[in-house]
Ligand binder design. Structure first.
Ligand SMILES: N[C@H](CCC[C@H](N)C(=O)O)C(=O)O
Length: 281
């Protein structure tokens, strides 16, 4: 069983193509392969599968074995993989995910390889009960949430997966490891949540650090960057097009006023290829 190690701004994945459906035990396999000491090491395990409604389907399993509905950095990696490996010759393709259906993906090709990738990440879901949260409001902006005696104010956004966006003075210096895991499992989020700490520097730029549901601290989060710009607009802090700087690099995000869809542009990279001894067991 061959695999390809890829990343989007350091948010890294083991990518497996060629299966016709999600294999039995994909959760346990993700835990094993994503282990950075005893496995390959990655934030998630990604399967490229056939689709009835798009050119390809992507399914993503976090390193803790939980399946996510959507993954922005992984979808750019999948787009690069299918083009670079000749599974398609189209530079505009569609990829289906559980959380957003068939999404249009535009490749920028350089020297025969996909370089930058622009993804239609779909429409944000802002109704609190649909994110989901337990807050019956639409949208949920600046809502109080308390953990260990400390109160934060969050804005809730779903990009197919849930996000808890909190504005702080210094995202890069914020104590992500203390507060991220507590907020990830807060009862206000029935399906847990990704947590973004954001400091806005001007109308077209924000710094963001992320604690991901099911993966912990990652260097970048594509859906989180989308949620960051949506929340920043809802809070009157940025314009609808902004660059989000993550620990692993920058993503350009546009929340289009005309179609209410969020577009994400960023890189994807292949690091190495390998084969799994003993297949998918
Ligand atoms: N951990 C996320 C999935 C990966 C999202 C992130 N890596 C991205 O690039 O969007 C979740 O459980 O919702």
């Amino acid at each position: 069983m061959d695999f390809t190690k890829m990343h989007g701004l350091g948010n890294d994945f083991v990518v497996i193509a060629g299966e016709t459906a999600l294999p039995e035990g994909a959760d346990a396999l993700a835990v094993r392969l994503c282990d950075r000491n005893f496995g390959i090491g990655a934030d998630g395990l990604v399967f490229i599968l056939p689709s009835d409604s798009a050119d390809f389907m992507m399914r993503i399993i976090n390193s803790d074995g939980s399946e996510a509905e959507q993954c922005g950095n992984a979808i750019r990696c999948v787009a690069k993989y299918v083009y670079d490996n000749g599974l398609t010759d189209k530079e505009t393709i569609t990829i289906e995910t559980l959380g957003a259906g068939a999404q249009q993906v535009q490749l920028t090709v350089e020297n025969g390889k996909a370089a930058a990738v622009r993804v239609d990440m779909g429409r944000p879901v802002l109704a609190g009960l649909e994110v989901p949260t337990t807050v019956d409001a639409d949208p949920v902006i600046g809502h109080p949430i308390e953990v260990d005696g400390r109160e934060f104010r969050f804005t809730a956004v779903s990009m197919g997966n849930p996000h808890c966006v909190i504005f702080v003075d210094d995202a890069a210096g914020f104590d992500l490891h203390t507060w991220g895991p507590k907020l990830e499992v807060h009862p206000l989020f029935p399906r847990k949540t990704n947590v973004e700490f954001v400091s806005v520097t001007n109308r077209s730029h924000a710094d963001m650090r992320v604690w991901e549901r099911g993966a912990g601290p990652t260097l970048a989060c594509g859906t989180g960057a989308c949620a960051t710009v949506v929340a920043s607009v809802l809070n009157g802090l940025t314009d609808r097009t902004a660059t989000v700087s993550l620990k692993g690099g920058d993503l350009l995000i546009e929340w289009s006023e005309s179609d209410n869809r969020v577009y994400m542009t960023g890189p994807a990279a292949e690091v190495f290829r390998g084969s799994l001894q003993g297949g998918l067991q």
